[in-house]
Design a protein. Structure first.
Length: 247
C-alpha cells in the first residue's frame, strides 16, 4: 500500500467520510432497540467507530491489517481478532455486528453474510455499508482490493432468509453529483495500468473548512436515516437488519 494512502487510512483523525459513516451507524443504532450483549465490528481499521459502539456494550473487533492493530488496541476494545471471516476462533454471538465498507473486500460475500448472521444473538442487529454502483468502478477500487461495488437491490438479494430487514437505503446523497463526477474524472485520468502495476488510491483529504462542511451535510443525512427516511441514490448503500427472536 502506498505510504500516503496508508497514513490516511490509519490516521488518528478520521476525515469527513469516515466520520459520516460512524454517524450513520450511531444514528441507526440509537433509534433501534438493541438486545443486551457484546458487539462486533468487522474491518475496524483505525478503530474510530469503537468508541461509539462501546456505548451499547463491550466491543470486539476484527481486522487483518497489522497497521491497524496498535490503533485498535488504544480504543475500548475487549477482544481483537486478526483473522478474516469466516473466523473459527470466534464462538461468541453478538447483539450487533457492524461492517462499514468491508463486504466489498471479501471474495465470497454471500458466505461472509451467512457467517455474520450465524454469530448474531436472537434479536441481534446487522449493519453494513458498501460502495455503490458498478459504473463507478475504477483504479481506486483496485488499489483498495475491492471485489465489487453494489446496488441496493443486489445487496438485498444477498440477505439470508433468516434475517429481517429493518431498513436500507443510500447515503451520501447530497454530495453524490460532485462525488460521482470527481470519481469518473479520476477514473478517466487514471485508467487501469499495465498488468502487474498497482493503481494509486484516490485521496480523500480536504481542506479543513471543506471537510467540516461536508461532514455537517452528512450529519443531516445520518439523522434522517435514523428516523427512517432513506434516499433513492448515493455513493454508499447501507443495510440494517435483525435476526428474528424465534425462527
Amino acid at each position: 500500500m502506498e505510504k500516503a494512502a496508508r497514513d490516511l487510512l490509519y490516521s488518528e483523525s478520521p476525515n469527513w467520510l469516515n466520520r459520516s459513516r460512524i454517524e450513520l451507524m450511531d444514528s441507526l443504532l440509537k433509534n433501534t432497540p438493541i438486545v443486551e450483549g457484546p458487539l462486533l465490528e468487522i474491518g475496524a481499521g483505525s478503530g474510530h467507530a469503537i468508541e461509539k459502539l462501546s456505548k451499547y456494550g463491550p466491543v470486539d473487533a476484527i481486522d487483518v491489517a497489522p497497521e491497524s492493530w496498535p490503533l485498535i488496541q488504544q480504543k475500548p476494545v475487549r477482544n481483537l481478532y486478526t483473522s478474516a471471516i469466516p473466523n473459527d476462533k470466534i464462538e461468541e454471538n453478538y447483539s450487533a455486528i457492524v461492517g462499514l465498507e468491508v463486504l466489498e473486500h471479501i471474495k465470497d460475500d454471500k458466505l461472509a453474510l451467512q457467517w455474520l448472521v450465524d454469530h448474531l444473538m436472537p434479536g441481534g442487529l446487522l449493519l453494513l455499508s458498501v460502495p455503490a454502483y458498478s459504473w463507478l468502478w475504477g483504479p481506486h477500487d483496485i488499489a483498495n482490493h475491492h471485489f465489487r461495488r453494489y446496488t441496493r437491490s443486489r445487496l438485498l438479494k444477498l440477505l439470508p432468509s433468516n434475517l429481517e430487514l429493518v431498513r436500507s437505503g443510500y447515503f451520501m446523497t447530497a454530495l453524490f453529483p460532485l462525488a460521482a463526477i470527481a470519481r469518473l474524472c479520476y477514473n478517466a485520468k487514471n485508467k487501469t495500468t499495465e498488468q502487474g502495476s498497482m493503481p494509486i488510491k484516490q485521496k480523500s483529504s480536504l481542506p479543513y473548512v471543506v471537510d467540516l462542511t461536508f461532514g455537517k451535510i452528512m450529519s443531516v443525512e445520518a439523522y434522517l436515516a435514523g428516523k427512517g427516511i432513506s434516499c433513492p441514490y448515493g455513493m454508499t448503500i447501507y443495510l440494517f437488519a435483525r435476526k428474528p427472536y424465534h425462527n
